[in-house]
Design a protein around this ligand. Structure first.
Ligand SMILES: [Cu+2]
Length: 181
């Protein structure tokens, strides 16, 4: 009896250890051992709900809202991450997301006279050899436009990054609120 119970205990501990092992070694996501490029800390911003009147264009009207607000067609978002590179120099040349009709690599810039603006990064975003590039609010970001749906915290979107070397990295990117600054 005593022995039997101890045996059961050992079996249970073994089972727990096995389960623990499986959890502790998930398939590495967003890494590619052949180029040494790895993406960490990816996240996407929730879409801001515009409460400025006329939110009744639910059926995807393309009539262009001329309210003098931002010239944005529908909700937009942005994705941020750190791209680490343990190999030779490379470039992020394009990105695409399952939820976005248009995806661009942008840079937020001080346009002078206190205005901040953003523009596409010409020729791609450099990923230095044995270095990293950080995409963060106020700097580089992956702009998600013509979104097919609103993004809310807790969702996950699929983002594909294409590099000049021809490598593609597919990421599961969680949607979450920006950190306080
Ligand atoms: Cu942008």
């Amino acid at each position: 009896m005593n022995v039997q119970m101890r045996a059961m205990g050992v079996a249970m501990i073994a089972a727990l250890l096995l389960a623990g092992c499986r959890v502790a070694t998930p398939a590495p996501s967003g890494s590619d051992s052949t180029t040494g490029i790895r993406v960490v800390d990816a996240w996407a911003r929730p879409t801001a709900m515009k409460s400025m009147g006329g939110s009744h264009s639910h059926g995807g009207s393309k009539s262009g809202d001329k309210s003098g607000d931002m010239a944005m067609d529908g909700p937009v978002s942005a994705a941020y991450m750190v791209i680490e590179n343990t190999g030779g120099a490379d470039k992020l040349i394009s990105a695409s997301a399952d939820v976005a009709g248009v995806t661009e690599i942008h840079e937020t810039k001080d346009m002078g006279n206190g205005m901040m603006g953003m523009q596409p990064v010409q020729g791609g975003l450099d990923v230095p050899a044995n270095g990293s590039v950080t995409l963060k609010p106020g700097g580089y970001h992956i702009m998600l436009m013509k979104l097919k749906q609103d993004l809310t915290p807790g969702q996950t979107i699929k983002l594909t990054l294409t590099f000049q070397s021809g490598k593609e990295i597919v990421l599961d990117v969680p949607v979450k609120e920006p950190p306080m600054q």
